[in-house]
Design a protein around this ligand. Structure first.
Ligand code: GDP
Ligand code: IMO
Ligand code: MG
Length: 420
């Protein structure tokens, strides 16, 4: 059985957590392949909202095995809190295993993240400051600490050596922080990682594939934040695209099955960087207000704008998306007119190629759609979707060339319409 992948097609926060939770009933295994606690994946059932940062969104289904793959970076302190919250809800959780090759975020990684951001001034990335960039930097420069290292008797020495390197860099940034407190928490939290089975997850993944078990790989962030294909340098530090699932889990490209690409019925972005369809007016404020567009990890207001078909087509191309999932459709319920950018005018020239160059003058060219002006949040069947929304869906499908098979109409598990 091949591995299906679910990932974001925009700038993150497309609703991945909610949809993975909904789809988990079809899968035996859910595996995260990249990112770390910069992610905030929300899911909701029984009127309670849960936000996960490192742990895969299949965790609330006891029969589903959840894997944190080698491509993920883990902050033990944040991980410990997540585990405690889930233990409190579900009882002692056991359906989680962690790759020994996943990298550890240390307190000085976080300090470096903050120091680098501060030094960038107005051109800051808008990082979540969870230490993601410096941790992946150490991975690539072969200085990092991995989960497997915590089993070694000389882990403390390895940790100290890395810390010293970081403190030397931090001196140049005159960045003050209380290392002692953070360090104490860090070492205490390592036990909450040791409690789980630590494995070389690439073997597990391939064994499950050979046993025909159904596996879903869960992406974090979104395609337009990918380190290679996003709006560099305003991106995250990992490959968020389908290819990242192969690297982050140890599976061959030929083992990828369905690729679920998830997008909001409009666009949001948190942090800095180009956002061609961003709205600075009342409409943008309304999208933020109705969509509760505030970050699940940092609480920052998200920038809001209309759907960008040029960017969506690009994301579908890079990821080889086979099915589309549209979320937050209900947020558009009250709008008279809804717009989709179908082309860009870049420096006076029309184009349908996504352009993430920071200083390019991009003018989106919009097509207008009539709003459906009705509450869709209580609908339970695809056939009940209002005509105007069906037209909106069909337009996107035709332009992108990929079917939309799930429409989400609210944050709860139940508010999900599946096409037959
Ligand atoms: P993720 O990072 O992709 O998992 O997305 P987030 O959890 O950061 O952000 C999505 C937000 O939208 C969360 O607050 C979800 O509860 C909420 N949400 C997800 N799907 C829908 C939907 O269809 N309608 C509405 N109104 N909210 C949704
Ligand atoms: P989920 O998985 C939205 C953004 C940050 C910043 C940039 C770099 O919940 O969709 P980093 O902390 O990685 O150094 O930040 O990427 N960012 C996200 N935006 N959703 C996320 O994750 C994000 N993870 C990082 O805001 O602009
Ligand atoms: Mg999120």
């Amino acid at each position: 059985m091949k591995v299906d992948v679910l990932l974001g097609l925009q700038w993150g926060d497309e609703g991945k957590g909610k949809i993975v939770d909904v789809l988990t009933q079809r899968y035996d295994v859910v595996a995260r392949f990249q990112g770390g606690p910069n992610a905030g994946h929300s899911l909701e059932f029984n009127q309670i909202k849960h936000v996960l940062h490192t742990i895969p969104s299949g965790i609330f289904h006891k029969d589903c095995l959840n894997i944190i793959g080698n491509g993920v970076v883990i902050d033990p302190v944040i991980f410990k809190k997540e585990i405690e919250n889930i233990d409190a809800i579900c009882g002692h959780i056991e359906n989680l295993i962690i790759s020994k090759k996943a990298h550890l975020i240390t307190p000085t990684h976080r300090a470096l993240d903050a120091a680098y951001e501060k030094s960038k001034g107005d051109s800051k990335i808008g990082s979540t400051l969870k230490g993601i960039g410096p941790t992946y930097t150490d991975k690539i420069s072969r200085n990092g600490l991995r989960v497997g290292d915590i089993l070694d008797h000389n882990f403390k020495e390895k940790y100290q050596a890395l810390k010293l390197k970081h403190l030397n860099i931090l001196k140049n940034y005159s960045h003050d922080f209380d290392i002692e407190t953070y360090e104490l928490d860090f070492f205490k939290a390592l036990d909450s990682i040791r409690r789980f089975k630590l494995i070389d997850s690439e073997f597990e993944m391939n064994d499950y594939i050979n046993q025909n078990r159904k596996i879903l790989a869960e992406g974090a962030q979104g395609t337009l934040l990918d380190i290679d294909f996003g709006s560099y340098p305003f991106v995250t530090s990992s490959n968020t695209v389908t290819a990242g699932a192969c690297i982050g889990l140890g599976i061959a490209p030929s083992k990828i099955g369905e690729v679920y690409g998830i997008f909001k019925a409009y666009c949001t972005r948190v942090g800095s960087g180009p956002f061609p369809t961003e709205l600075f007016d009342h409409t943008g404020e309304e999208l933020r207000r109705i969509g509760h567009e505030f970050g699940a990890t940092t609480g920052r207001p998200r920038r809001c704008g209309w759907m960008d078909l040029v960017a969506l087509k690009y994301a579908v191309m890079i990821n080889g998306v086979t099915q589309l999932i549209m979320t937050k459709s209900d947020v558009l319920d009250s709008f008279e007119t809804i717009k989709i950018a179908t082309k860009y005018k870049v420096n006076g020239e029309l184009t349908d190629r996504y352009n993430s160059v920071y200083d390019a003058q991009i003018e989106p060219i919009y097509q207008d759609f009539s709003g459906w002006k009705t509450d869709i949040s209580k609908l339970s069947k695809w056939e009940e979707l209002p005509t105007e929304l069906t037209q909106y869906i069909q337009f996107i499908e035709k332009e992108v060339g990929v079917p939309i098979t799930i429409v989400s109409v609210g944050p709860d598990r139940e508010a999900t319409l599946l096409k037959n």
